[in-house]
Design a protein around this ligand. Sequence first.
Ligand code: ZN
Length: 189
Amino acid sequence: MKFLSLLSFAVVTVVTLSAALPAKKNHPARIMEKPLPTNPYYSRTDTVKLNLPDSVWKRVLSAELYAVARHKETERAFTGKFWEFTGHGTYYCAACGNALFRSDAKFASTCGWPSFFEPVRKQSVLYKPDNSWNMVRTEVLCARCGAHLGHLFDDGPPPLGKRFCMNSISLDFEPDKADGNSGKQRSVR
Ligand SMILES: [Zn+2]
């Protein structure tokens, strides 16, 4: 009898303990992986230039943004979240929060990437010659953190004739507060 009650106590304890512990299924380490890293360098107000090593960016950016921003990958055309987005507001660097473009400078382009004819400020971006892939292009980088944003072409609309061809993933969008057009189909009331 004593043995039986001891046994049932042990069973109850084990069951209670396992319920309290996190589920250990196939790959607990993977399941518990951080969903999105936090980025302490992101600021919409701090304009101090960032000169951080690659290892830091790798830690604070999502894998997709890191590949584009730090290793100049290009997202596939027609797949980014902003290529045909029409919301009114400001686009910021997704890596550091630097203001880059206003929606007024965005135009419908058939290239499959969000396109702008000018940056919000001349000093918002930097330019660098890019001769990769046997092409002569101008790379556009964030002037605050050096993130790769995309390329600049001379086939934009008049009068400026410029096309800033950007990766959606390199951009964050903040809708104008007093504006009904947040880019969604219907306004939420
Ligand atoms: Zn940046």
